[in-house]
Design a protein around this ligand. Structure first.
Ligand SMILES: Cc1cc2nc3c(=O)[nH]c(=O)nc-3n(C[C@H](O)[C@H](O)[C@H](O)COP(=O)(O)OP(=O)(O)OC[C@H]3O[C@@H](n4cnc5c(N)ncnc54)[C@H](O)[C@@H]3O)c2cc1C
Length: 417
């Protein structure tokens, strides 16, 4: 156990995105004294941009069995997780268990969707092939011309911004600490053991003339364990030795936000997706369309090309989109890993736990990751489905990472979270 005092905790969490907040909350419930350090104000990071699909069936990809196992296990936790967060916070998370409808707009897309549906059936997942007529009965706003669709009835969605706010509330309510506007700038060491972090005020405070170099503004926060959960930035942690830095890179994604005009209905009840776009309705009537996928370092510029592609593809699926108000465009950074699996478990130095690399699925995987982090901190074994997230696997995939780097800079639009 760590010492006592305001700057001393059992665990300190670097990053207050969905992963840091959910994990810190679960650790607090398990009896740990925790502090989350977030340089912005939640909702921030990729959590602030994510579409919030909880869609293991509709988003199924070939060759990602471990990820599917993890997503299904996390999916099973979602209804209780949401009920608990909403009851404890008194806030809505915008959770919608209304399913997802994936449509094929032409024969090529139909071939691909059929192959995916065969895989869904092979794996015993809940997915039904529907004719265009049946699809339009479910979703009258769909384009009149398409080939068919697959209904993934158990897929769901959540509003990640509302979720982050609710998680921040339940964390504090459970006795956890959340410090915002606080950037982690260094590690504290006792020999080769990490024993805490050094923080400085971030962003706005610095902008009004408080230099990072002013020692008076730096605060040392001691902890038995430092949990690195700062998403796409976790691979850029100069205060950790190189071998302890997780193999995580930023993968840019843009989404647009639409809203029906006064008196007009929302054109979709459930998640609607084609091969190149997804549209996620929110409980308050907004519709989120995403997402582009690009390797551009830490750039988060919203580009005209990205928005053009999203609007064009959204219109092809749901023509009524053209009548909606365009209320927002935002870009975020997914924390990508070489094998698309998250990195959760003890790090390469004593005192370090990693909870990062959730790439396209961090919202989906938040409940199971939180359980795994709380178990790791308590010295217990992680849920079986999370064993493939073990950080030790990464030396095995380093070679593949180098080959994949050939994709750098390529701009793709797909139904990619
Ligand atoms: C366009 C887009 C669409 C997506 N759609 C989906 C989806 O539909 N479903 C799904 O499951 N996932 C989706 N994702 C992925 C999901 O958003 C991420 O996997 C998830 O947000 C990762 O959570 P995180 O907490 O690890 O990182 P983040 O949410 O990025 O949070 C990291 C936090 O760390 C903070 N931070 C960084 N460095 C420091 C520091 N030095 N000190 C203090 N704080 C620091 C940042 O400010 C940030 O708030 C999407 C992502 C994008 C970009």
């Amino acid at each position: 156990m760590s010492g006592s005092g305001p700057q001393s905790f059992d665990a300190v969490f670097v990053g207050g995105g969905v992963i840091g907040l959910a994990s810190a909350w679960r650790a607090t419930q398990a009896g740990a004294r925790v502090c989350v350090l977030e340089r912005a104000e939640p909702p921030a990071g990729a959590t602030n941009v994510a579409a919030g699909m909880l869609a293991p069936v509709g988003e199924l990809s070939y060759g990602e069995r471990d990820l599917l196992t993890m997503m299904l296990a996390s999916g099973a936790l979602w209804p209780d997780f949401v009920a608990e967060v909403e009851a404890a916070s008194g806030m809505s998370t915008g959770f919608r268990a209304t399913g997802a409808l994936h449509v094929a707009l032409d024969r090529d897309e139909a071939g691909e969707l059929r192959r995916q549906h065969e895989l869904q059936q092979e794996l015993g997942l809940e997915a039904e092939w529907l004719t265009p007529t049946r699809c339009r009965e479910l979703e009258p706003g769909l384009t009149p011309t398409f080939v068919g669709g697959v209904l993934a009835g158990a897929d769901a969605s959540v509003d990640p911004r509302a979720l982050a706010l609710a998680l921040a509330a339940v964390l504090r309510e459970a006795g956890g600490e959340l410090r915002t506007g606080t950037e982690v700038v260094d590690g504290l060491w006792d020999g080769e053991r990490l024993v805490g972090v050094r923080t400085a005020p971030s962003g706005e405070l610095l902008a009004v003339g408080n230099p990072v170099g002013d020692k008076g503004l730096r605060v040392d926060v001691h902890a038995d364990t430092v949990v690195l959960c700062n998403g796409a930035w976790s691979g850029q942690t100069p205060w950790l030795p190189a071998e302890a830095r997780p193999n995580v890179r930023p993968v840019k994604g843009e989404v647009i936000e639409l809203r029906p005009r006064a008196g007009e209905p929302v054109p979709a009840e459930r998640i609607i997706a084609s091969e190149r776009i997804y549209l996620v309705p929110r409980t308050d009537g907004r519709l989120i369309a995403g997402a582009t996928q690009e390797e551009r370092g830490f750039d988060t510029t919203v580009t005209a090309g990205g928005v053009h592609e999203l609007l064009r593809e959204a219109y092809r699926v749901l023509p009524d989109v053209a009548e909606m108000e365009l209320v927002g465009m935002v870009a975020g950074l997914r924390p990508g890993t070489p094998d698309n699996l998250p990195i959760v478990g003890r790090g390469a130095v004593d005192g370090l736990v990693l909870a990062t690399g959730h790439f396209r699925n961090g919202i989906m995987l938040a409940p199971i990751t939180a359980d795994a982090v709380a178990a790791t901190l308590a010295g217990e074994s992680v849920p079986a489905s999370m064993t493939s997230a073990d950080p030790n696997r990464l030396s095995l995939v380093a070679h593949r990472a180098t080959k994949d780097d050939g994709l750098a800079g390529e701009h793709t639009l797909g139904a990619t979270r």
